[in-house]
Design a protein around this ligand. Sequence first.
Ligand code: PLP
Length: 372
Amino acid sequence: MNIPLVDLKAQYDSIKDEIDSAIGRVLRQGQFILGPEVKAFEEEMAAYCGTRFAVGVASGTDALHLALVACGIEPGDEVITTPFTFIATAESIARCGARPVFVDMEPRTCNIDPAQIEPKINSKTRAIVPVHLYGQPAAMDPVLELAQKYNLRVVEDCAQALGAEYKGKKVGSLGDAGCLSFFPAKNLGAYGDGGMVVTNAPEIAETVDVLRKHGSRTSYYHIMHGFNSRLDALQAAILRVKLKHLDRWNEQRRSKASLYTRLLSQVDGIEPPHVEERNKSTFNYYTIRLVDSRLDRNELRGHLESKGIQTMVYYPLSLHLQEVYRGLGYEVGDFPQSEQAQGQVLSLPMYPELSEVQIEEVVEALRECLSL
Ligand SMILES: Cc1ncc(COP(=O)(O)O)c(C=O)c1O
């Protein structure tokens, strides 16, 4: 038995002809950076996300960084976000010269707790970056209300949640800008790095577009210092093929997740992921919590590994406790929910092609280990 965390080869096998022909088309066209393929993909993505604009960049990390710059985030500013996320979220804030200010997560969703945001807002606060972790939208209404009250920007980190819905609206279309990642293991994954900023604001779209091309509107005429952060045409062509399948794949993920949750609800010591009724999750990861403190997560992972089942811990150390942020002055105990989650979370194999039999095998292996 071999059940990987994600199976990109199974996905490629299922769409091989379409992908090969899209790659061939770009090779014959000979335009590899931006160009018509990227433009067409941007239009399709804007339509998919329900935004006016979409601007392709080199990665999800760059999407966050450039969107924050376009929102006017500067050295000396403060930006509020969650400590329970991938480093790229806070790193992009820090790359603007701003200070990431962390707010603990809600235990049920592992997303930023909106009730704890207001006390952290001060005269330096400029933006909030909610993260839709594991594919589940954060509580956007209270975030947007606070943003309006204090005149803050909202930049959504949608890296794990493309296609997810909050009260019937696609993530990325709710804040000032939404940032997407096309990292290969994401629900819409390229065969390399890629990212995108989606927005309804023409000035944000225009600034990100200029920033990604060395600060130029017209080649070799520069109006600001920018970056080299362009989506390439091969990735755009691949992603255009995959976008046609995305809703079906996300639906398949939700159905695999329901099966996991049904089977795991009978297993003591495990808490399956909770999805709020208002949300449609994309289950980029299916992440359980090991709530029995006698359980050793490493031992459990080792047992599953010995049976050919791959798992991962997203994330083992909250950002406020990372060495890189020692200078921010946070301590153990500052964010109890994130600190508890970092010791309990475990992501199980999840991809559209995962079979029911494989899910049953994963659950059986977990049950076996828990009864030892
Ligand atoms: C929550 C989150 N934010 C940002 C990123 C950064 O995306 P990328 O790897 O495309 O730079 C990722 C992806 O790894 C992520 O999971």
